[in-house]
Design a binder for this molecule. Structure first.
Ligand SMILES: O=P(O)(O)O[C@@H]1C[C@H](O)[C@@H](CO)O1
Ligand SMILES: Nc1nc2[nH]cnc2c(=O)[nH]1
Length: 271
């Protein structure tokens, strides 16, 4: 596979440089865990409390400010229970056309910063009967419909149990009503057609989005424990017959902020 990077620098060297700069700017030599916030999730971060420090992604090697609305491009360093936590308020998406290295640079930096676990959140369309807008769903597995990998070369990474059974059990202990689902990643930036949603449902998908999967693969390749949490921000195309738009995604995230933030905070503290 041809290298996916457009950067002249080795992706791992970029991640190390970004992590070193992050440690200098936050005063934290090693962070324990990181949270990546997807579209509409930023209001949930307000429930975490006040960050110890804030860094602009654009000031770190290999990062550029995300272009999707609802992704602020900030990184918080926080103390939650006995843990040093990084919160990435935004992400780069594959549809921004900059290659996959910038998409997974955040999780590679998180690993280089010492984090043993990463919580990946996203906004997703709900495919399964009975799903409702505002519902959080634990990701149990994924379908990589992008067909692309952030990995280059003979790097045959195992993806069984990619979404941590340990962290999923903690999440379900926190909120026994939480359901699980299979997340299908589509390239985007367009939403799906109703026929594509019928195809994905037939393939076993419960959720559909445009992120998370490359990051999860790259994180596993770095040996980082992965937990994925989707917020159903809309019912997938064709389910209601209504058109889809990004604003409804952001609005749903705002409406669910308190519940999502409280869940994430307790998960981080208990992880
Ligand atoms: O970063 P996430 O996956 O939460 O963003 C989703 C997917 C698209 O970027 C956007 C569509 O509304 O929301
Ligand atoms: N691909 C995709 N991404 C989403 N993000 C939020 N909702 C959706 C959706 O319906 N489809």
């Amino acid at each position: 596979m041809t290298p996916s990077t457009t950067s002249p620098q080795d992706p791992n060297a970029l991640a190390e440089a970004a992590a070193t700069s992050l440690a200098e700017r936050t005063g934290v030599r090693k962070h324990d865990l990181a949270v990546v916030l997807g579209s509409g999730w930023q209001p949930a971060a307000e429930e975490f409390g006040t960050p110890d420090s804030e860094v602009d992604m654009a000031d770190l090697a290999g990062f550029e400010a995300p272009s999707a609305i609802g992704h602020s491009g900030k990184i918080w360093s926080m103390t939650m229970a006995d843990k040093k936590v990084l919160v990435l308020l935004g992400r780069t998406h594959g549809y921004e056309g900059r290659g996959l290295d910038p998409v997974v640079h955040g999780v590679r930096t998180i690993a280089a910063a010492g984090c043993g676990s990463v919580v990946l959140t996203n906004a997703a369309g709900g495919l399964r009967e009975g799903m409702s807008v505002g519902q959080p769903v634990l990701i149990s597995d994924h379908l990589n419909m992008t067909t692309r990998s952030p990995l280059v070369g003979a790097n045959f990474v195992d993806l069984t149990d990619l979404y941590s059974p340990r962290l999923r059990a903690i999440a379900k202990d926190i909120d026994s009503s939480l359901e699980e689902g299979v997340y299908a990643a589509m390239p985007g930036p367009h939403f799906e057609t109703p026929a594509e949603i019928r195809m994905l449902r037939t393939l076993g998908a419960d959720l559909v989005g445009m992120s998370t999967v490359p990051e999860a693969i790259a994180a596993r390749a770095e040996g980082t424990e992965v937990f994925g949490l989707s917020l159903v921000t809309n019912l997938a195309a064709g389910v209601t017959g209504e058109p889809l738009n990004h604003q409804e995604v952001l609005d749903a995230g705002k409406a669910a902020a308190t519940r999502m933030g409280t869940l994430l905070k307790e998960l981080v503290e208990r992880s």
